[in-house]
Design a protein around this ligand. Structure first.
Ligand SMILES: Nc1ncnc2c1ncn2[C@@H]1O[C@H](COP(=O)(O)OP(=O)(O)OP(=O)(O)O)[C@@H](O)[C@H]1O
Length: 241
């Protein structure tokens, strides 16, 4: 299988001489879903920012699709223009992704229907609820049909129906061949959908691999949940200081 994302972070942070993450390396292959998990402040967002090239103080190598791949980043905090409607946001994204207009319209209308947002297409997102803003971010991401999706905590604002719509679409995109890197705190969902995990604690990798591999590393039974392994690993880290 093709590698769609390769990340080797020696160190990265927000100020010179003060790295917040170090020695984090992983690959995502096409159709694969890799979950980044870890407690608050562990370094998940910093890892994602490093991949996106948003940090200055970085020693890292990041390759998307061998240097010529495409990605879509879906942020946790919605980012939008006050004066543009939902449809205008989609249109702008379609133009940025260089999708031809007819294809864009078909794709955008499907996404609106899918997320139950058709009636809101000509409204300004400033008046949207948290979940509606999150859905707009997801639609913009899905329009791109990239080689890899980089998704920061998608579940928090979404209702159960929207969560299912999102997961169904993600599954279709993986079927198409897209890889996914997703950070989340929702471990029961992560356990069901991710192929493998990278568990980060205090800026470093605590455990990495499939659920079975994580269970072995955490010395847990074959039935242990991801949460149970997570709990053991994080406590083990804390005891080590
Ligand atoms: N903009 C910033 N400037 C300086 N330090 C930051 C900044 N953002 C995060 N940090 C620091 O980097 C470390 C890792 O934070 P990060 O946001 O990556 O954690 P996270 O795993 O995404 O946490 P959460 O689950 O709470 O979102 C923390 O020590 C945090 O204080």
């Amino acid at each position: 299988m093709k590698i769609v994302l390769e990340v080797n972070i020696e160190q990265a942070g927000y100020a010179e001489g003060d790295p917040r993450i170090s020695d984090i390396s992983f690959q995502v292959r096409n159709s694969e879903l890799l979950g980044i998990i870890g407690p608050n402040g562990a370094g998940k967002s910093t890892t994602i920012k490093t991949i996106l090239g948003l940090l200055k103080h970085v020693k890292a190598e990041v390759s998307i699709g061998g240097g010529s791949g495409t990605y879509a980043y879906i942020p946790e905090q919605p980012v939008f223009y006050e004066d543009l409607t939902l449809w205008e946001h989609l249109d702008l994204a379609g133009a940025a992704y260089e999708i031809d207009y007819d294809t864009f319209v078909i794709h955008a209308e499907k996404l609106l229907t899918r997320f139950g947002m058709t009636e809101s297409r000509d409204l300004l997102p400033a008046g949207f609820s948290k979940g509606m803003k999150q859905k707009m971010m997801l639609m913009i991401g899905f329009l791109a049909r990239p080689d890899i999706y980089i998704i920061d905590e998608p579940f928090v604002g979404l209702d159960p129906h929207a969560t299912k719509d999102f997961l169904d679409l993600l599954e279709e995109e993986r079927h198409r061949g897209a890889g996914v890197l997703m950070s989340t705190h929702v471990l029961d969902t992560a356990e069901k959908i991710c192929d493998s995990f990278i568990m980060i604690g205090n800026g470093k990798v605590v455990a990495q691999g499939t659920l079975d591999e994580i269970r072995r590393i955490a010395e847990q039974s074959e039935q242990a949940s991801l949460f149970e392994c997570f709990d053991v690993m994080i406590k083990r880290r804390e005891n080590l200081g």
